[in-house]
Design a binder for this molecule. Sequence first.
Ligand code: FES
Length: 168
Amino acid sequence: MNKIFKMDELDQTKVQEIQEFIDKVENKKGDIIKILHFAQEHYGYLPKELQLYIARAVDLPASKINGIVTFYSFFTEKPTGKYTVAVCMGTACYVKNAQEILDEFARLLKIGPDGLSEDGLFSLISVRCIGACGLAPVIKINEKIIGHVTKDMVKGIIDDIVRQERGD
Ligand code: FES
């Protein structure tokens, strides 16, 4: 039996904007990736309830929507921080101590490898090769790539962002 989606758990204003976008898309099933991209940009992430809403709006099975969301790494089902720290765990980075860097971020931000910091400022994820192996080990903070990262640099990277946020 299908789970009844709980609209009241969703931000109604954002859902309305997503519905307006869906209404304008002619080929809703064919352009489902485009719709999910818009939904994620507007909502910040794609919670299960929103996936169910979209599934009904475009007349596709919820399992199909969830399959797409979980297949593509650029979609996320969890809320993300203002800054997403992506630590590359591809081979070139892994052999240059990427795990140590991931662990240090997790320790200092007090979050798990796929978690969100308590203040909502940071999320931490591990990703596959991001195509900058010459700079290994590499991290990406939102769109900014930082190469040759060491464990000792992690605190400074976090502090810079926090300072910037405080306007220091
Ligand atoms: S393995 Fe990390 S950028 Fe390629």
